[in-house]
Write a protein that binds this ligand. Structure first.
Ligand code: PAF
Length: 285
């Protein structure tokens, strides 16, 4: 069956009020479209857990800190609708900018500390834009559960913290990263990679795996782990590392000594495409 496509907040509220009245649970997968198997996994889990699955598709202007990145973000809406229908999504909410931001947004959600380092350091205002639109989506959809990919670990940590600090009645579900056979994490931005860049791109994940291997072998000095892992990228000068950090997986603060679970996270530029990825490492007992 085709997913029902809704653009208006009011219509969505009415439709979902009926769903709730019928005692059915709601699962939300917030996306910016250009859907791939990573989103497919969010939808699959939402489908397993919830009676009504809502996918939002909205390229959120306030989370882009570069106009060019926003302009060239892919928007294949017809394909996305087919993608959702084929996976049993009940409702696709695809509002216009005017619908989401009828007047300039003056109220924002700022999750401090968690967003200080990693992408937060290099994309000023990005996470404020993300948490603000996610709070709006939570208020509009009022889902029982919402699904986010582990690939955007800092985003997930910020959303978790927002949910706790604002007592939002939503269960946040973390969905493991989906990868190509060669390890490259799926991302809507991968379609911008040239064939040569596409060949080089998985080196980033291999560097993260090397860091995880060194940590598992007992190396506890974060600087040493980072230096050795980043050295594996030296044969690929096209890959310009923006950051390669080892952080506490909950508050996303850099650690010096690794004595428990950590997240190794990296961002790198390949030409005009920015790749991010991360891996969980360390002791899990
Ligand atoms: O991860 C994304 O696609 C976006 O940041 C999100 C969560 C849909 C908010 O716009």
């Amino acid at each position: 069956m085709s997913a029902q496509s809704i653009q208006s907040i009011l219509e969505l509220r009415h439709t979902l009020a009926d769903v709730r009245r019928a005692g059915r649970s709601i699962g939300l997968a917030p996306t910016m479209g250009a859907l791939h198997s990573g989103h497919g996994r969010l939808i699959e889990l939402a489908r397993q857990h919830s009676d009504c699955v809502v996918v939002s598709i909205f390229v959120n202007p306030i989370q882009f800190n570069q106009r060019q990145d926003y302009d060239r973000y892919p928007r294949p809406l017809a394909e996305d609708l087919e993608f959702c229908s084929a996976r049993g999504v009940d409702i696709v909410f695809a509002p216009s900018i005017e619908e989401m931001y009828p007047s300039p947004q003056l109220a924002f959600v700022d999750v401090t500390r968690v967003t200080e380092h990693l992408c937060g350091k290099f994309r000023p205002g990005h996470f404020r834009g993300v948490t603000t639109v996610v709070l709006k989506l939570f208020n509009i959809v009022q889902p029982d559960r919402a699904y986010f990919g582990e690939k955007d670990a800092q985003q997930l940590a910020a959303i978790r913290r927002m949910t706790v600090d604002f007592d939002l009645p939503v269960e946040i579900v973390e969905v493991p990263t989906v990868r190509e056979d060669d390890g490259l994490a799926l991302s809507s931005r991968n379609r911008h990679l040239s064939p040569l860049e596409r060949q080089i791109a998985p080196a980033l994940y291999r560097a993260l795996q090397e860091a995880a291997r060194l940590i598992a072998s007992g190396l506890t000095d974060a600087q040493q782990v980072k230096a050795k892992a980043v050295a594996t990228l030296h044969p690929f000068p096209q890959l310009q590392v923006e950051y390669f950090e080892i952080v506490n997986p909950v508050d996303m603060q850099p650690v010096e000594r690794i004595d428990g679970p950590v997240r190794v996270a990296a961002a790198a530029w390949l030409g005009t495409t920015r790749l991010i990825d991360n891996i969980l490492a360390g002791a899990f007992t």
